[in-house]
Design a protein around this ligand. Sequence first.
Ligand code: BDR
Ligand code: CA
Length: 302
Amino acid sequence: TYRILIDCDPGIDDACALSCALTDPEISLELITTVAGNVAVDKTTKNALRLVEFFNKDVPVAAGARKPLLKQLEDASEVHGESGIDGYDFGEPSIKPFSDDAVSILKDKLLHSNVPLTIIATGSFTNLGLLLSLYPEVKPKIKEFILMGGSLAQGNMTSVAEFNVFTDPHAARIVFSSGIKTTMIGLDCTLSGRISDETKDKIKLLGKAGNMLASIIERDIDHDETGTAIHDLQTIFYLLHPERFTDKKFWVDVVCEGPAIGATVADIRKAYHDKTNVNVCLDVDTDAFNKWFLEEVEKNMQ
Ligand code: BDR
Ligand code: CA
């Protein structure tokens, strides 16, 4: 069993990742924390609660940071819609957040765990930056970070910066330099490894959950002729099937000012460091990703 905590900003692609994490029998999802990102934190929290309720699970949701550490809040509601997961009518959730202090809850959860836990993060890294700064004693209890964010080749906010890193580069730098085992799944994988329209159409026929997922995916505008980039979903695929990724360790730093702010720069030539801090995913087996997602919906969500 994979014991994990997810920090997220649902978000259409976060919602897809959460759906798999909530229902896969090999995953024990012990806490969901939310952060402002795709939309404001009250909305990302509500969306996390909607998914927990949709799948009828008993996973606590704690609301986190309302804005990035230093930068102003910039959302992505033009991509994900007003609610953050437009495209499906969930209605109002009847369950409530467990707490509005995600960082303390993360600290408690980690310190009380008898084994180190994996943290998957699919939003801006503000909560994690705060956690590591306020409570560095949690470090030995974090097995690894699996992050959706960053890019070596090209950005989606500026020519060089990806959204989750761009929105809070200072927090991303704290996480990257923490010394904790970190895997970065950035746009290098997520823009090429898309969920095809064919997979989405098959999923649509798979009951209530399939219909919900296909409906929100159809609303996503990160779409081209090869399919939809469901970035955050690849974190769960990586957790379960790291062998389907091509990865390499580099020293990666985050640019925190100037025109390249939010860029994740890998020291490919080892010009600055002999050591490495981040395992960077460079490529993913797209067919295997599509097959896996279809099976997750087919087997675990009916
Ligand atoms: C990332 O930005 C967000 O809009 C998505 O949810 C994903 O986490 C992709 O750059
Ligand atoms: Ca996200």
